[in-house]
Design a protein around this ligand. Structure first.
Ligand SMILES: NC(=O)c1ccc[n+]([C@@H]2O[C@H](COP(=O)([O-])OP(=O)(O)OC[C@H]3O[C@@H](n4cnc5c(N)ncnc54)[C@H](OP(=O)(O)O)[C@@H]3O)[C@@H](O)[C@H]2O)c1
Length: 415
């Protein structure tokens, strides 16, 4: 029995506990799937009731509602994080096969050569995207990816992939790459900011900035900012433009005293989980900020959302985790492997946000469940401070080769 199947079996025994209120137990036996529990239990119609009967019925209905709600939340947690059959338990469903036809559209994805990004890139190509830029580091990995695409989807699809080599910590190169994309295209429909440094030790880039923040957040802000005029033009021509940022439920691991007030603060080593969590908190805050300052401020068809792909079997969760945790990481590498989503399951919320959603500023967990995220992730004040600090750091660190030439942050300040 797989671990996923075991979870379902455990869930079954949980549901049959006699402690579950009678009405709910009856309701549960009528439902074949936990996903149906999002509907409150149906109570028999009552015509004439005494006041106390009414009170009892109301409180029974309320407690049934609470139990159903709790069960759905449990079901969502399983669907959001783990792979296999439990993904079907989520209250919101989307399958990669339901991706719309993308003929005529142009997309950009960072880290589309492997892992979750490859799952998304493969899906866009399968659904006929006309051109897809993949931004990543290793030529070997992208060659391997293109080979798989050619073998499985045909040579024509592999030729639609344009690879641009770029390390997102090299902000001048990020700008160059954005300029190439703008020169070569008169539209841009999809931008997926997916590349990321995983749960790893603290490190500084050549600019002297925390590598997690520099790659996962700031590199993507520079890319998005430079591409924004092209995306706004595409939207003004009657299209919906969608930007998807790869966040994580581990944004909750950001230190509770995170304020995004200074470079010194973000360069403080807060441990592998804290480093990673803080950069993922930034991905959600950026989406909320963008919604307020771009989508809701004159560009209603340029959308940005953040995603949590779940616990996915990729290089990050099999190899990178061993860097900070040589022993403990083995549990995640081997012990948790049967529970993980595969790279295609992990790509589902990204593909949803890049091709389907009509909303902006949301935090979408796999498969496509809107979640509130942590309290910090909902703070407009924190988002404003993050973006102000982002602008200051990028301006200071790249002044010579960038700001004086009219970039990088000029075109994101739309408020
Ligand atoms: N795996 C999970 O369980 C999980 C959970 C939550 C969130 N996420 C997030 O999902 C995203 C994808 O992760 P993954 O698990 O699919 O990882 P992965 O398999 O290691 O793939 C990472 C991709 O990002 C590229 N990349 C890494 N560092 C880069 C940099 N500095 N500049 C440009 N590209 C870079 C890599 O390119 P090269 O191959 O050329 O180096 C690769 O294509 C990340 O943001 C990650 O934090 C993952």
């Amino acid at each position: 029995m797989t671990m996923a199947a075991r979870i379902i079996a455990q869930r079954g025994s949980l549901l049959s506990r006699s402690a579950v209120p009678r009405c709910t137990a009856a309701y549960l036996t009528q439902t074949s799937s936990l996903a149906q529990l999002s509907q409150p239990p149906q109570l028999p119609a009552v015509r004439l009731c005494t006041r106390s009967q009414t009170r009892n019925l109301t409180s029974t209905a309320a407690s049934n509602g609470i139990v159903a709600d709790k069960m759905q939340r449990l079901a969502n947690t399983l669907a959001e994080n783990f792979g296999g059959p439990v993904t079907k338990l989520g209250s919101h469903q989307f399958k990669l096969d339901d991706t719309p036809d993308l003929t005529g559209k142009v997309g950009v994805i960072t880290g589309g050569s492997e892992g979750i990004g490859f799952g998304a890139a493969y899906t866009f190509l399968k659904h006929n995207i006309s051109k897809l830029y993949i931004i990543s580091i290793s030529s070997e990995i992208i060659e391997g990816a293109k080979k798989v695409i050619a073998e499985e989807l045909g040579e024509d699809k592999a030729e639609r992939v344009k690879w641009l080599q770029c390390d997102l910590s090299d902000w001048s190169r990020v700008k160059e790459v954005a300029e190439i994309i703008k020169r070569e295209n008169d539209r841009l429909d999809i931008l997926v900011n997916n590349s990321g440094r995983g749960i790893m030790s603290a490190d500084l880039t050549s600019y002297g900035v925390d590598r997690h923040m520099a790659v996962n957040h700031m590199g993507h802000v520079i890319l998005t900012s430079h591409l924004l005029p092209l995306m706004q033009k595409t939207a003004e021509e009657g299209n919906i433009v969608r930007i998807s940022n790869q966040a994580s439920n581990l944004h909750t691991a950001a230190p509770s005293d995170t304020k995004f007030e200074s470079l010194e603060e973000i360069n403080r080593d807060v441990g592998p989980n804290g480093q990673y969590g803080r950069s993922k908190l930034a991905a959600i805050l950026y989406s909320r900020y963008f919604n307020r300052n771009v989508t809701q401020n004159g560009h209603p068809s340029v959308l940005m959302n953040a995603t949590h792909p779940g616990f996915v079997s990729t290089k990050q969760s099999r190899k990178d985790i061993l860097e900070p945790y040589p022993l403990g990481g083995l549990a995640m590498k081997y012990g948790m492997e049967p529970l993980k989503k595969d790279q295609f399951e992990g790509a589902v919320p990204t593909v949803w946000c890049a091709t389907m959603t009509k909303d902006s500023g949301q935090y979408i967990c796999a498969p496509c469940i809107p979640e509130a995220g942590s309290e910090m992730s909902q703070s407009d004040e924190l988002a404003d401070r993050l973006m102000e600090l982002t602008r200051d750091i990028i301006a200071e660190k790249t002044r010579m080769d960038s700001v004086e030439r009219g970039c990088p942050m000029d075109d994101i300040v739309v408020h």
